[in-house]
Design a protein around this ligand. Structure first.
Ligand code: NAD
Length: 307
């Protein structure tokens, strides 16, 4: 299959490497040094005990790829709309698009480019960070779940699930993918902004009562909004499972928003806590904790250029 990965940073590389073993894979990224390094020396995926080298093709422009069978979108969610607008060359009549990005609303950004039954959405429990150009660290490995909005065209889902598993990526078809996306959103709603503002690793939430309580309030608002959209989630159970028990497994992780703030990059706040605020407004649900944290992170982003 001809696969284009749009955004080949940590996660795009983590998926693109193994997929290139038995597919024609193009990694598309605006980061020239990374693209050159992959083409010259291969893409290195480092795990805790080994280094694997893959040889996908890397390019800086979708024009160099042309129409793909599958486009996997792995830019940060705040860049989805712009990245797609510059990559129309990838999309033909039958192209399938898949997003495993964090945040809410990536599907809406992708929908103008594909037929709705060809739009796959999902979640990944894997994690990665970029170490240097051409090299990423596999921070954790977990299942990928995919589905479609409204459970359309399950043939496409089965095809991509099989493709992933054939490349060694554990992947499942989900018949309620929106619930999985809302659950993942709630995990990020509580962890990301709080750890980014406090400059702490994820495990801090399990140790610090005020930080845990803020995370829990953010998630409570999020679950009220999810309920109004038809998805029933338990805020206390999410906080307990991911912030207390999760700390034992991924407590040492630095959240992606903390990493963005460290590198003075735009964060995904608008697609995470910002989504709770936006959808809350639609249902007349007050979301004061999320509103405040969106403003705090937005102010943090503006402070990057303040002298
Ligand atoms: P990343 O910053 O490592 O990679 C994104 C890449 O997109 C960068 O290399 C950047 O140069 C590139 N890019 C930006 N604009 C582009 C454009 N217009 N065209 C082509 N490339 C462009 O980000 P990541 O950590 O891989 O995260 C990607 C998505 O996956 C995010 O939504 C993130 O929340 C989600 N996610 C990340 C992890 C993780 O552990 N890193 C885990 C689960 C989900």
């Amino acid at each position: 299959m001809k696969i284009a990965i749009l955004g080949a940073g940590a996660m795009g590389s983590l998926y693109g490497g193994p997929l290139s073993l038995n597919n024609e894979v193009y990694l598309i990224d605006t980061w020239n040094e990374h693209v050159n390094e992959i083409n010259e020396n291969g893409l290195i995926i480092q795990t805790t005990n080994e280094e694997k080298i893959f040889h996908p093709k890397a390019v800086t422009s979708a024009e160099d790829v042309g129409v793909a069978d599958l486009v996997i979108i792995f830019v940060k969610s705040v860049h989805t709309a712009a990245a797609l607008a510059g990559s129309q060359a990838l999309f033909g009549e039958d192209t399938i698009a898949l997003t495993l990005q964090n945040g809410y609303g990536n599907d809406e950004d992708i929908l103008p480019y594909v037929r709705e039954e060809n739009l796959l959405i999902g979640t990944t429990a894997s994690g990665a960070t970029v170490l240097q150009a051409g090299k990423v660290f596999q921070a954790g490995i977990g299942p990928t779940n995919i589905g479609t909005r409204g459970n359309l065209n399950t043939k496409n889902i089965d095809k991509i699930v099989q493709l992933m598993n054939e490349s060694g990526i554990e992947c499942y078809a989900s018949d309620n993918i929106m619930l999985a996306i809302w659950t993942k959103l709630m995990v990020n709603v509580g962890i990301n902004a709080v750890t980014a503002l406090l400059d702490v690793r994820n495990g801090f939430l399990a140790e610090c009562t005020p930080a845990y309580e803020i995370a829990e309030e953010l998630v409570k608002e999020g679950t009220c909004v999810a309920k109004a959209e038809g998805y029933e989630l338990d805020a206390a159970a999410i906080a307990e499972k991911y912030y207390i028990h999760g700390a034992k497994v991924v407590g040492n992780n630095r959240s992606s928003m903390l990493q963005d703030v460290d590198k003075k990059r735009k964060t995904e706040i608008e697609k995470i806590n910002g989504a709770v605020v936006r959808i809350g407004k639609k249902h007349n649900i007050a979301t004061p904790y999320n509103e405040l944290i969106v403003k705090l992170i937005s102010a943090k982003e503006e402070s990057y250029s303040f002298q």
